[in-house]
Design a protein around this ligand. Structure first.
Ligand code: MEV
Length: 437
């Protein structure tokens, strides 16, 4: 295959043509499939085309809803964009389970976001520190045009700190900055501020250290926000007397014991912790995506937080104290409810309206609850029926759809598998029997 020059300049039709002619055996079918997902509403399609570059089609994910979430006394229906069967059913079950037990209590501990200017310098730390302290007020002045609107609303640059990182890497220093970006995720604001800080530092350092043109006292390497936000934290919790967990008191005690040990295993064992936290992310990502937030940033930050004590570990905790079962989560979340996709994508706007147009802080609480609920449902299944019972019910529907089963075929096959174990081959066998009868 030859490389193509100027691909981005081609029209959408031309891109599809080039792609399908060069990469597909049946280019006609590939073209048909890609165009099948184009939206007839030209304006809507243009909007989606322009979200990114080289758009050739739309990629659908199911947009579902998990109702009945009692969060701090308000009842929410959570919008969830996710392809994995049973995630929304599990979230809904957890919402129902906790709905009449006081619901979910959620909180935001702090909302400080982070950005860093990374630079190299052969100056020693005390010299740089003196320069930095003398330049700080000028840096804040230079930031004014960028920060004044954010400051009017109560946000802005919270702190700037020079950090000596030379024990990790030769000549490496950084400006570690903290920001309050209110309802915006704040990436553009933070990055613009950091670049201004870097430019000012470079300029002022040259004067301060009397540098010649070819011997700069500091070399700016890069300026970028951090997706690790350990001071932008949401928590969520559920609790109830142990005996309320299940109808039978002994079963309830046994359940609480197994549940807590399952969480403790995820605390102690990284192999389990990864899967445990993956289940949490099923709920978190689905709401983050539906509300137009950056799930990659959230994922990266949360997993780093799960390793903050030197070993990758569970994001949730469970305990029984004085006969009370408590299950909780603590996660870093940098989310926005204004700016970015939130103003542009019609379904994102709808998702936010479904949540009562929350502030970023409220959304942090909702997302933390989604993670906790998902984890509760997963562990509940794991320590009781096993995960496959619920999964296989959904899997059954997927297999039936794959084989284009009619509504009556679906009904009969589902009835058969009420008392039989679902497997791909067993479903196909039953369906074939039905069709040959
Ligand atoms: C599957 O997507 C998620 C689970 O594996 C999570 C868990 O094991 O806790 C069920």
């Amino acid at each position: 295959m030859k490389q193509i020059l100027g691909f981005s300049k081609l029209s959408k039709d031309e891109k599809v043509e080039w792609l399908t002619q060069n990469y597909f055996k049946d280019s006609e079918n590939a073209t048909y499939l890609l165009k099948q997902y184009w939206n007839d509403d030209k304006k809507l399609q243009k909007l989606h085309d322009e979200f990114t570059e080289n758009t050739i089609s739309n990629y659908y994910l199911p947009f579902g809803v998990a109702p009945n979430f009692n969060i701090n006394g308000e009842i929410y229906a959570l919008p969830m964009a996710i392809e994995e069967s049973s995630v929304i059913a599990a979230a809904s079950n957890a919402a129902k389970f906790w709905g009449d037990k006081g619901g979910f209590k959620a909180n935001v501990i702090d909302t400080r976001k982070v950005g860093q200017v990374h630079f190299l310098s052969s100056q020693n730390f005390p010299a740089l520190e003196q320069f930095f302290n003398e330049s700080k007020s000028l840096i804040f002045n230079r930031l004014q045009p960028l920060t004044k609107n954010m400051e009017k609303r109560g946000g802005g640059v919270l702190s700037l700190e020079l950090r000596d990182k030379t024990s990790a890497l030769a000549n490496y220093y950084q400006i570690h900055a903290e920001f309050e970006t209110l309802d915006a995720m704040g990436a553009n604001f933070i990055n613009s501020c950091l670049e201004e800080i870097a430019a000012t530092l470079k300029e002022e350092a040259a004067k301060y250290f009397n540098a010649s043109e070819d011997q700069q006292p500091l070399e700016i390497i890069m300026s970028i926000l951090s997706n690790y936000v350990p001071n932008c934290i949401a928590t969520a919790e559920v609790s109830c007397p142990v005996e309320d967990l299940l109808p039978n008191k002994e079963d309830a005690q046994h359940f609480a014991h197994k549940f807590i040990e399952a969480v403790n295993i995820a605390k102690a064992e990284p192999y389990r912790a990864v899967t445990h936290n993956k289940g949490i992310m099923n709920g978190i990502d689905a709401v983050v995506l539906a509300t137009g937030n950056d799930f990659r940033a959230v994922e990266a930050g949360i997993h780093a937080y799960a390793s903050r004590n030197g070993q990758y570990s569970s994001l949730t905790s469970a305990k029984v104290e004085n006969g009370k079962f408590t299950f909780s989560i603590e996660i870093p979340l940098a989310l926005g409810t204004v700016g970015g996709l939130t103003n542009l994508h019609p379904l994102v706007k709808l998702a936010l309206e479904m949540l009562g147009n929350p502030s970023a802080k409220e959304l942090m609480k909702i997302v933390a609850v989604a993670g906790l609920a998902q984890n509760f449902a997963a562990i509940k299944s794991l320590v009781t029926t096993g995960i496959q019972e619920g999964h296989m019910k959904m899997h059954l529907m997927n297999i039936l759809n794959q084989f284009n089963a009619s509504p009556s075929e679906k009904q009969e096959v589902k009835a058969h598998f009420k008392n039989n174990t679902v497997s791909h081959s067993a479903v196909v066998e039953v369906l074939e029997k039905l069709r040959n009868a």
